[in-house]
Design a protein around this ligand. Structure first.
Ligand code: FAD
Ligand code: FMN
Length: 432
């Protein structure tokens, strides 16, 4: 070989080696470095995600190369490559992070890299009726400041969707993007819907009566299983889990008729379950809640709930059965004689398709006495088997039930596995 050929071969070898060693760096730049602006949301019931996506569209409309993702997927590499971070975060439970962000808070926040080159804008969503107002968003802000990140502006903490705060958030987006017209607010418009029918689910129950309601849904637009319906009556708004799939012209709800200690009835539930006659109109809009939807991949699902939590679970169940995938439903109520809600539709499917297990808190002599968390605790092998087969978990209903189930799941599967499942969308809760 001539000396020129040797030199050429050596150069090619050097180039190949350099390319090989630089591969990880290039790959990192492709996945994170191309977006110097990130919009990140931490959301339990969809509001923070909707506002985060809105901010993302505004930044993109202004020509910025911005990407959006849930906080649970944010990595140290993203943070190091990013120069501007827009964050929308709600607070859930009793001052906690939304489920999907808990692994981030427990794993990444205690360590995480220094971020002196990062600027951030933060919108916290919360409700000052809770003792720890916007607590998670506030923890995020102090963590970012401790890491040396610089605020682009004062953080905005929104109390119960306070319109003034939203105007300030949109104004700051307009200022930073230079856009005079921000993309439209994609919140659904209010639509009048008609109450069609009402049927008691638990006549004679020792608990408060719960009702199955059907509303005419022509004007509502599409929804997917897991979404919520927001209703407005007498100036007040309330959320309800939609109890059926979205390919229908009627929307179904399961509503508990709330009676307070002083004998008065709940404002919205009283109207829905007693005062409104069939044919009455109420303002409604679909409140999308994509994080509670079934995951895209086809796999078994474990549905756990009590009382009106059956609403959200029923819509998911309908979709799961349509996919031809198995479901395991654990449902808790009070009395075996009066609280076998929706038995007609739940109890006729083969167990390989739908395994239904009920338990009752007011049935001391019954084999099915207890709470859903007890039911779960008694079946660790079945739980592990379903999880090993790729099952997701969805929990819907009361806060107390959701917390008790969470602690049993953490005991049986491990706290860190549960947080990881939440970050991956395999464990989600709609509890209230
Ligand atoms: C994400 C989400 C999904 C929801 N899904 C459903 C659903 O599918 N079905 C449903 O019925 N509700 C659901 N709710 C609750 C619903 O939004 C209302 O809070 C509920 O109907 C009470 O509203 P109200 O106007 O009748 O009572 P209000 O006039 O607001 O009075 C509420 C008072 O009643 C108490 N109270 C609330 N609920 C109960 C109860 N079940 N039993 C006893 N006391 C109670 C409260 O502590 C408070 O003191 C959901 C809430 C959220 C946040
Ligand atoms: C069960 C439940 C618990 C909540 N806990 C808190 C809380 O501790 N602190 C707070 O500021 N807001 C709390 N909120 C209010 C939510 O943060 C607020 O409704 C927010 O808009 C929800 O946004 P998201 O849909 O993105 O999750 C709670 C709401 C629910 C339904």
């Amino acid at each position: 070989m001539s000396s020129t050929a040797w030199a050429l071969a050596a150069s090619l070898l050097w180039l190949a080696a350099t390319c090989y060693w630089l591969r990880p760096l290039w790959r990192r730049q492709q996945t994170t470095g191309e977006h110097q602006t990130l919009v990140v949301w931490a959301s339990q019931t969809g509001q923070a995600e909707r506002l985060g996506r809105q901010a993302l569209h505004a930044l993109q409309a202004a020509g910025q190369s911005a990407a959006g993702l849930p906080l649970g997927r944010l990595t140290p590499a993203h943070l190091l490559a990013c120069r501007q971070l827009w964050l929308v975060a709600s607070t859930y439970g009793d001052g906690q992070a939304p489920d999907s962000a808990q692994a981030f808070e427990h794993r990444l926040m205690p360590q995480g890299p220094a971020l002196p080159e990062l600027s951030f804008a933060l919108l916290g969503l919360g409700d000052s009726q809770y003792p720890h107002f916007c607590a998670f968003a506030k923890r995020l802000e102090s963590w970012l400041r401790d890491k040396g990140a610089q605020p682009l502006q004062d953080s905005i903490y929104l109390d119960n969707q306070d319109p003034d705060g939203l105007v300030r958030w949109r104004a700051s987006l307009a200022q930073h993007t230079g856009l005079h017209e921000l993309p439209e607010d994609d919140e659904q418009p209010w639509q009048p819907v008609t109450l069609l029918s009402r049927r008691a689910l638990n006549p004679g129950s020792p608990g408060l009566t719960a009702w199955h309601l059907s509303l005419q849904a022509d004007a509502l637009g599409r929804w997917q299983a897991g979404d919520l319906l927001e209703l407005q009556h007498a100036g007040q708004r309330r959320l309800y889990s939609i109890a059926n799939q979205g390919d229908n012209r009627q929307v179904e709800l399961l509503v508990r008729h709330v009676m307070k200690d002083d004998g008065s009835q709940g404002l919205m539930s009283g109207w829905l379950c007693q005062q409104a006659a069939p044919g009455s109109l109420v303002e409604a809009r679909v409140h999308h809640n994509p994080s509670f939807a079934l995951p895209d991949r086809r796999a078994p699902v474990i549905l756990i709930g009590s009382g009106t939590g059956l609403a959200g679970l029923r819509a998911l169940l309908q979709e799961q059965l349509q996919r031809g995938q198995p479901a395991w439903l654990l449902f808790g109520e009070r009395s075996p004689e009066h609280d076998c809600w929706l038995a007609n539709e739940l109890d006729h499917l083969p167990a390989e398709q739908l395994l239904v297990q009920r338990c009752f808190s007011r049935a001391p002599t019954s084999a099915a006495a207890g709470y859903v968390q007890d039911l779960l605790r008694e079946q660790p092998e079945r739980l592990h088997d379903w999880i090993d087969r790729g099952a997701s978990i969805r929990v819907c209903g009361s806060m107390a039930m959701g917390q008790a189930v969470d602690s049993v799941l953490q005991g049986l599967l491990g706290a860190s596995a549960i947080k990881q499942m939440a970050a991956d969308g395999r464990y989600r809760r709609d509890i209230y």
